[in-house]
Each structure stands twice: as C-alpha cells, then as structure tokens.
Design a protein around this ligand. Structure first.
Ligand code: NAD
Length: 478
C-alpha cells in the first residue's frame, strides 16, 4: 500500500516554516529503510523566535477564559478524530507500529485533549477562613508559564498530546520538541490545534539537535516549566539543567517492568495478555513487560503458552492490515537488542523463540523469549526497549517481590493471580508508579501516568496531570 508522507515544517508563531536554508535530518520508514522525508532543524534564531512567540502567546492564552480554552481543545479532539485515519497512516509510515495500534494511538491522543479541556475548567481556588474578621484570604491557581516539552519517537501522538493538552488547559504556552524520527504526527497535532483556533504562538514546534535545543530552551528565562519523556540518562541531564535554572521538571523515563504470574493465575489469559503487552509497539514502550517471573509449579505450562502466543504474532510492515508487530523504529535499537541477546547467550541463556533479525529489508527483529538468564546478564538490568522478554521461575511471593523491586526503575509492574489476598499484597508492595493486576492496558487519559525511583517524577494524565502546569498564589485582603 503506497501512502504519501506529509511535508515537514517547523511551526513557530502560527507560521509553517519549510526547510530552505536550514540543516535537516532524514526520516526513514523502518519497514523498508527508505528515506521518506527531511525534517528541518531550527536555527538559533528560530528557537529565539519560538521563545518570543511562546512568551507573547502566554499573555494572550492565560487571559483566555478556561471555558474558551476548552472549546479549542475540544475542537482539536474533534479534528484529530476526523483526521484519524490519515494521521495514523503517517504515524505507521514514520514509526513502524501496526496500523491498528496507530489508529488506537490517535484516538487516545484525541481523548487527552477532551479530558484536559474539561480538567482546565475544574481548576478551582479556595477561600480560607481567616484569623481576623476583616481579612479575606483567597488561594488561586495560575498557569505556571511557557513550557518546554520534549517527546520521544515511540508514541508520536500520545506523548506530545498528553503534554500539550495539560499545559494548554492550564493556560500555559508550549515550545514542543518531538522526536526527529517521527515529526509528521506531531505536526498533524499542531495542525489540528491551529485549525481549531489556537492563537498564534501558544504552541510552537521545533526540531533539531536535541542537546542544543534542550539547553537553549531550558536556559531561557521565558521557560518556566520543563517536561521530558525519554531515557534515564537524558532525564538526569535535563533535570540537572532545569535544577540549575530553578525550573520544575516532569520526567517520564525508562522502565524494566516485572510481571508476577502466580500459580493460581488464569494462565491462558496471562500468556495472551503478557505477549500482547510485551510486543505491542514492538516492545518499544516504557511500560513493556520485561522480566516475567512465574511461580515454579506453573512455570513450564506458562512458558509454553507464552512462547506459543509469541510465535503466533504476525510480524510485518505496519501498513499491512494483517500485521500485529511492526519493525523496530530505528537502527540504534536494533543494535541494542542484538547486543543484549548476544550478551545473554554468552551468559548461558536459552533462546526459546526468536533471537535474531528477520531477513527482509527494514528493521525487523523476531519477537524473542529468553530463559535461564543469570542475574548478571545485562538484560536483567538494562531496559531492552524492544521485542525481548525474559522468563524466570520463583518459589515464594517474598522472592518474587524482592526480584521485582530489585532494579532502580519503578515505572510499571504487573501481576496475575486469582487470589484477592495476593493481589492486594502485590499492589501494595510492588515499587512502581503503575500496576496492572490481571491486565496490561494502562494508558488511559483519566488515570495518572508516571513512575517512581529512576523512572522519573510527576504525573502526566488524570486529575494530577494538570497540576504540574499550575502555580499557587494566595491573596490576603483587608
Ligand atoms: P536516547 O537516550 O538517545 O533518547 C531518548 C529521547 O530523548 C529521544 O527522543 C531523544 O530525541 C531525546 N533526547 C536525547 N538527548 C536529548 C537532549 N539532550 N535533550 C532533549 N531530548 C533529548 O535514546 P533513544 O535511542 O532515542 O531511545 C532509547 C531509550 O530511550 C530507551 O532505552 C528508553 O529507555 C528511552 N525511551 C523512553 C521512552 C519513554 O516512554 N519513557 C520513550 C522513548 C525512549
């Protein structure tokens, strides 16, 4: 199926700026390896213009009533739904994921705009009884200011939308730097906002060399808040820069999600749901289950079901309607997965299925399941961020919880059990920001999204999501 790839721009002060006179980088279709576009890189003057636009846009937007801001956000949701099919095809073309996942992602992005449209209208202040009868004390919530938001390439629709929708609902303006690998989807979201009537400069979208852009934006006195989704090392770097500039930052970083499959679990459901969760997005999801810990009495039974589910997945070009698992999105991740598998093998691991590249053009890797992986193997410590799972046995709930909580990550964790007592205990004791018990689908706009420990801090969705874009002021008046 041939799909035309959109032309790429910077979006600054309501203007769509082409690549003439600017450096650029290529955008590849990971299913074929073909160059499909060139994304223009912002020059220093472009970044300064985006900052000035965000500064001016903030003054307009903060004074726009929440009721009217909500209309623009709801209009954006409606346009995203209207254009969902076309945007999903762009997303699959540049990112690789199966078209049905891309369609689901665009629908979720629309949901985030609608959710935050309403949350923006529920930003209440309060009156606090005073100690003196003539004093009136009011607490206000105000938009924190222009935001620098950095989104990666694995969820090109949901991640920018979660950041933009919450910030705009609060009354903030935004300079967004999406992943350079998947620019068209972010631009389609900006286009929907523009068409829905967002005033000029309230959202600006720039691309370029990430380290240059992030430093420039975070150091600028215009920016009052930073939000980043990506890897732990880059999160540490940006947190240090934001700390130096005394700006709050929300960080949604990597994970190494454990799954605890207890002997009393519904093994068929567990195998099906864990395989679907693991290989969704070709494993390039921070919530992706990685260490699958199975209680000894059902270890072999679960393993054979899980391997069968994995082998049944149809890998292919995401645009093929039959495809369930697309290619890996970029060559960096293929090399990383190959290195983790080679290391595990050298440490004595058994490859139960997969284990290598698929011999066809593009960046395809066989969905891979490893067992007998010793604790010192790299894959037991490093986030694979790809189609690679490890299955290990455990004896007791204490042993399983200790292994689950062993790593510095704390993003997602899962458990499968029919016992309420076990479910309550693992819910309480797993160290993770998001816990799925007997299911693995957790990206929903009305729920908070975020991790603990090295997986970052701050929540992006739910009622919590808007709070990080607000500051608190009290007014005490006689
Ligand atoms: P990477 O560490 O090079 O980059 C991660 C993301 O950060 C990318 O989107 C990149 O464009 C951006 N980035 C890099 N340096 C930056 C900087 N100085 N300022 C602003 N943004 C910057 O890794 P990668 O190869 O792109 O992705 C793989 C790793 O990233 C994975 O191991 C995973 O841990 C992590 N990741 C996590 C998520 C998530 O949802 N939490 C998403 C994508 C990637």
């Amino acid at each position: 199926m041939s799909v035309q790839y959109d032309e790429l721009f910077l979006f600054i002060e309501g203007e769509w700026i082409g690549g003439a006179g600017r450096d650029n980088s290529t955008v590849l279709n990971p299913a074929t390896g073909a160059v499909i576009g060139r994304v223009p890189h912002a020059r220093r003057e472009d970044l300064d213009r985006a900052l000035e636009a965000a500064d001016r846009g903030f003054e307009v937007w903060r004074r726009t009533p929440a009721y009217d801001r909500a209309k623009v956000l709801r209009g954006t949701a409606a346009l995203l739904r209207e254009r969902a099919e076309a945007i999903a095809r762009q997303l699959t073309l540049e990112q690789g994921k199966a078209l049905h996942e891309a369609q689901y992602e665009v629908a979720s992005a629309a949901d985030y705009f609608e959710w935050f449209a309403e949350e923006g209208r529920r930003v209440y202040g309060r009156t606090v009884p005073s100690r003196r009868p003539e004093v009136h004390q009011r607490v206000h919530k105000e938009p924190i200011g222009p935001v620098a938001a950095f989104a990666p390439w694995n969820f090109p629709a949901i991640t920018p939308s979660r950041k933009i929708a919450a910030a705009l609902a609060a009354g903030c303006s935004v300079v967004l730097k999406p992943g350079e690998e998947c620019p068209a989807t972010a631009l389609a979201i900006a286009r929907a906002l523009d068409d829905a009537g967002l005033p000029r400069g309230v959202l600006n979208v720039v691309f370029g060399l990430p380290e240059l852009i992030s430093r420039h934006l975070i150091e600028s006195p215009v920016i009052r808040k930073v939000s980043f989704t990506g890897s732990v090392p880059v999160g540490r770097l940006l947190a240090a820069q934001a700390g130096q500039a005394l700006k709050p930052i929300t960080l949604e970083l990597g994970g190494h999600a454990p799954v605890l499959v207890f002997a009393d679990a519904d093994l068929d459901a567990a195998a099906r749901l864990v395989a679907a969760g693991k290989f969704r997005g070709t494993g390039q999801i921070c919530l992706s289950p990685t260490r699958i810990l199975v209680q000894r009495p059902v270890y072999e039974a679960f393993l054979s079901k899980f391997v069968a589910e994995t082998q049944a997945l149809k890998v292919g070009d995401g645009l093929d309607p039959e495809t369930q698992v697309g290619p890996i999105s970029n060559a960096r991740r293929v090399e990383a997965i190959a290195a983790l598998v080679a290391d595990a093998r050298a440490c004595g691991a058994t490859v139960r299925t997969g284990g290598g590249r698929i011999d066809r053009p593009g960046l395809f890797w066989q969905p891979t399941v490893l067992t007998d992986v010793p604790a010192h193997a790299r894959v037991m410590h490093e986030e694979p961020f790809g189609p690679l799972a490890v299955v290990c046995p455990f004896e007791t709930i204490d042993e399983a919880l200790a292994e689950a909580n062993r790593l510095p990550y704390g993003l997602a964790a899962y458990a499968f059990t029919e016992s309420t007592r076990t479910a309550v205990r693992v819910g309480n004791e797993l160290e993770a920001g998001m816990i799925g018990i007997n299911h693995a689908q957790m990206i929903v706009c009305e729920l908070p999204f975020g991790g603990i420990k090295d997986s970052g801090y701050g929540s992006e969705g739910g009622a919590e999501g808007i709070q990080s874009y607000l500051s608190t002021k009290f007014i005490s008046q006689i």
